[in-house]
Write a protein that binds this ligand. Structure first.
Ligand code: NAP
Length: 243
């Protein structure tokens, strides 16, 4: 097996995903840049390469079985394994998003990307991760998915805006992360959830207070955990986030 560390980052053409790719690249990883738009993908790969990253394009729409299968084949044929998977791609479903007015279609779209997309991609590349000497999976979540945080303050003071699809999708993702950790316990695959904090990206109309690069740091850290690192946990910069 080569010494090279092979990573795949989904939704890596912009925002936090781009910075996760850049951060892993700066550590010497060979980075598969996952993106659904061919133009945005080519642009991001070019930009990462200009920054010195050993980046390669991975056309990838996490909501498509076909696209995800093709991405897994591409990685398998080229490298025969995968060391790091960062499930970063995500959508909010738009705002406002109140439970009393949300449409089933919005909930379906958000869950399809933020939860089912993660399961789809993870399971497709799992055989490749199993061939790695130190496989790591990071699911980019959010503290708005923490039920403990959501319920710790009354009404409008609770963390984040009222959300019928986005916040619950991250709660669902956290639960799924924990179940993966249980099933994969003892296999060497470490899987954790990371919250980047409130970052200025397209996702929130650039209203966030942190840079995407600052937000990427926790995912990069969890992607490079030592063998005795945690699995089935949820982290932000300040430490463990309660479920
Ligand atoms: N920004 C924050 O404050 C914040 C806070 C907590 C958690 N997060 C999480 O961080 C992650 C990255 O978000 P961001 O803030 O960097 O947002 P962003 O700039 O909007 O980036 C989202 C990325 O996901 C991609 N994507 C969406 N649907 C996809 C699909 N079906 N297949 C493949 N890629 C898809 C987007 O691709 P396109 O360019 O093609 O749309 C884009 O590359 C998300 O999971 C988000 O929930 C963000």
């Amino acid at each position: 097996m080569s010494e090279q560390t092979i990573a795949l980052v989904t939704g890596a053409n912009k925002g936090i995903g781009y910075e996760i790719a850049a951060g892993l690249g700066a550590l010497g990883h060979t980075v598969g840049v996952g993106a659904r738009s061919p133009e945005r993908l080519a642009e991001a790969v070019e930009k990462l390469r200009a920054e010195g990253v050993d980046a390669f394009p991975v056309p990838l729409d996490v909501t498509s079985d076909e696209s995800v299968a093709a991405a897994a084949s591409l990685l398998g044929e080229r490298f025969g394994r995968l060391d790091v998977l960062v499930n970063n791609a995500g959508v909010t479903g738009g705002v406002p998003q109140t439970p009393t007015t949300v449409t089933p279609e919005i909930v379906r779209t958000v869950v399809e990307t933020n939860v089912i997309g993660v399961i789809r991609v993870t399971n497709a590349v799992l055989p490749l991760l199993r061939r790695s000497a130190a496989p790591r999976v990071v699911n980019v979540s959010s503290t708005v998915g923490s039920l403990a945080r959501q319920s710790s303050l009354p009404g409008a003071e609770a963390v984040g805006p009222v959300s019928a699809a986005y916040a619950p999708s991250k709660t669902f993702l956290n639960a799924v992360t924990l179940q993966y950790a249980k099933e994969l316990h003892g296999t060497g695959i470490l899987i954790n959830a990371a919250c980047p904090g409130y970052c200025a990206t397209d996702l929130n109309g650039f209203s966030g207070v942190r840079t995407p690069r600052e937000g990427a740091a926790m995912a990069v850290r969890l992607a490079t955990l030592p063998d005795d690192g945690p699995s089935g946990s949820f982290f932000e910069d300040a430490g463990v986030v309660p479920w």
